[in-house]
Design a protein. Structure first.
Length: 61
């Protein structure tokens, strides 16, 4: 198995699922912005959450 692939699998094991309730408009906007950037919408939303935490003086993630 490719070492890079193995490290990605291991990193995912540390992630926990979270459910958020968003309006259809919010989801559509996030998907549109993500498509424009060429990244998955869930990745974009995770990036936004990390940026928000850092902006509020949160710990280094």
């Amino acid at each position: 198995m490719d070492p890079e692939f193995k490290s990605k699998i291991k990193a995912r094991a540390n992630l926990k699922k979270v459910t958020l309730r968003l309006s259809e408009g919010q989801i559509a906007a996030a998907k549109r912005i993500a498509a424009e950037k060429g990244i998955p919408s869930q990745t974009l939303m995770r990036m936004w959450i990390v940026e928000g935490i850092k902006a509020q003086g949160g710990q280094s993630l």
